[in-house]
Each structure stands twice: as structure tokens, then as C-alpha cells.
Ligand binder design. Sequence first.
Ligand SMILES: *Cc1c(COP(=O)(O)O)cnc(C)c1O
Length: 426
Amino acid sequence: MKLYNIKENDEQVSFGQAVRQGLGRNQGLFFPSELPKFEDVDALLAEDFVPRSAKILSALIGNELSKEQVLELVGDAFQFPAPIKAVKDGVYALELFHGPTLAFKDFGGRFMAQSLAAVSEGGKITILTATSGDTGAAVAHAFYGMENINVVILYPKGKISPLQEKLFCTLGKNIHTVAINGDFDACQALVKQAFDDSVLREEIGLNSANSINISRLMAQICYYFEAASQMIKQERENLVISVPSGNFGNLTAGLLAKALGLPIKRFIAATNANDTVPRYLETGQWEPKPTVATTSNAMDVSQPNNWPRIEELCQLKGWGLDTLGKGSVSDAQSAESVKDLHALGYLCEPHGAIAYRVLNEQLAPEETGLFLCTAHPAKFKEVVDEVLQLDIELPAPLAKHAAMELLSEDLDNDFDALKAVLRKVQ
Ligand SMILES: *Cc1c(COP(=O)(O)O)cnc(C)c1O
């Protein structure tokens, strides 16, 4: 697989390099130089999730990894299903929250961990990442217990939900969690400082495992095929998919699935009040505003870092940006949609409800609608309980971690202190 840097096209890397490096020069994102196209999609869809996903990923990766190796990676990464559920006539929910941390990030996080181990050539790796919740949990669980890989996760002390904290700060072994005296931006600034320190970077083999890593997007392509495989042909050939978006990795993966031949009629980019993209699609002006806090906090992003990949892909394929549906949804409206879905017999948290709302507004009668449910309702228990006046039960993985002891250490917002921690965990 060859990939190029979108900002500096002369930088070309292999799959292994792209996975190890994350970003290219000048903070440029990597993009595949060639996209295979599956001619017989029906035959592909007839296969089971793991072998089909291995075929898709192997076609992308090419001969850098053998087909058997890819099948093994995928088998290790995708150990949970991605079922669709009918919520009403012609409208389905795609449940992406059956992994160990109950959010769709488990797919990308686990495939990235397996890929990184496969391409690391035995060298030492330190994953350093900042999180405001979901990413940290997915990364921690994905890399837990892997040899030669240490994981250090920074998060703002007291600013993530206690349940989120329990989910990834109770693991131990090679997972080190650090509560920073500061906000999320302070955590991100520390991570950036570490990556700017080339001596440190080399010494401990720094890697960020964040959402710009191409391996994460590649894994996410697979569940769009999986969703279509569960529909009858007439339904899936008239398919509109609504994606609740923050950094726009999920939507990028969906568009890549379409480029590989999955017949998707239209995508909808659904956001919360952080509506940089819907406004851009409306006016053509890229004008990020300060990020605002919402009840769908995993989408509280005003400068989505995967957007350049969407522009690149649409340009390559000749898809006008005006073919993308869009919509932004307020907290009050998303609460309403959580209620609407509950009345239809479907329990949903705010991120999925946002996707449902925009889909419902824009779906034509002859079309089939699919909205992505990116997190388990219990992950946003406080909001869901309040909106529905319920006390929803914690699923087993959450309940287990909720009862465990926190293992995080506290740290001042200070780069030298962080450096000491990074060296200590080696
Ligand atoms: C990360 C996340 C999103 C946003 O996904 P992007 O790929 O960043 O657009 C949506 N919902 C949940 C629950 C998430 O954790």
C-alpha cells in the first residue's frame, strides 16, 4: 500500500510507515495513492464479517502483509458484532458499541493496535495520547497487555465522567494513566510538546494512536459493508447513511467504503452545536468558532482533523461536496430525539439520536435510512436517565470497571514532570 501526504505530495510512505508515523511532514494527513474497487459487491457481502473485512483490508494493504496475517489481525481486532436494528419502517440503527469500551472507537483502536504490533519490527513503542474520554478508553483496552508497547494516557483531572475514568484508569500493566492539573487543551499541548522533542521521540519510540492514524479509518470501512450485508438488496441499493460527526473519521471511512464499491446513495454529516462543517457546506466558508460543550461531548470538536481527507476523496472521485447531506442539532433537539426513539422502542444516547434526527428530516419515502449509534446508551447514563426519567442498567464491562480501584497518578501541567513519567514507565 502506498500513501501520500495530502499537504506535501512528494512524501510517500508504506502502510507500515503510515501506521508508525501517524502524521506526515507539516502535520499532513496520509491518503491512499490507489483505491481498489470491488466489482462483485454482492459476493463480498455474502461473506461473514471477519473474512470479508480481511478481504477488504488486504486489498487496501496489498502485499506488505500476507492475506493470512491480515485475517489474523482482523480476527483479533473484531471480536464483537455490528448489528443493525430496525427502529421503524425503512430506518435502521447500526450498533457499533458492542466492543469492550462500548463505543465504535473499539474497531479502529483494536485494529490499529494489532497493525502497529505487526509493523513495529520489534522496536520499542510508547503510545502517548490525550483524551477527553472515549479515545483513551478504546486505546487503553486495545493495547492492554501487548508486549513492547507502553501506553501513557493524559486526561484533564476532574473533567471527564467518573464512569469514563473508571473504564480506562483501572487496567494497570502496560497502561499508565495520568490525571493532569489542567483542561483538555493543556493535555493536548503536553502531547504536542513531547512529539516536538525529537530526542525524546527517538528514545522512547513515541506514537500517538490518535484518530488521524490511517489504520483506524481502514478498520471502520468494514462495518459499513457489514451493515449493508444485513439488508436485502433493494434496501441497500437505496441507502442513505447519517453519521454523527466530531473529527469526521467515521464519515471519511464511510466515503472510502463507497469508493471501494459499496453502493451508498448519500451520506449525511450530522453534528451538534459545533457546526463548522454544516456551515461550511452551506456557505463555502471555513469558519470554526470556539468549541462549545454539549451533551454529545465526543463530538465537541470545532476543527475536525479528518476533514482534509474528505475533501481529497471527493475531489478524486468527482463527488461534489453539495451531494453531502448535513445538519446540526441542539441539545434540546437531541433530547427530543432520544425521547422519540424511546417511544419507538429503541434506547439511544445523544450522539446516535443526533444522527437519527437529521436522517429523519431528510430521508425520502423510497429511501432506506441508516444512522450510526456510536456509543452504548449506558456510556451517557446521566443524560439518558435524565431525559427519559429512567435508571438504565450498566452493561457488564462498565459495571466491572466501576467497582475497580483507580490507578492514575496526578501530575502538574509541566513538561519536565511528564518527561520523567515517560522515562519511568520504560
Ligand atoms: C468519537 C465519537 C464520535 C465522533 O466520531 P468522529 O469519527 O470523530 O467524527 C461520535 N460519537 C461517539 C460516541 C464518539 O466517541
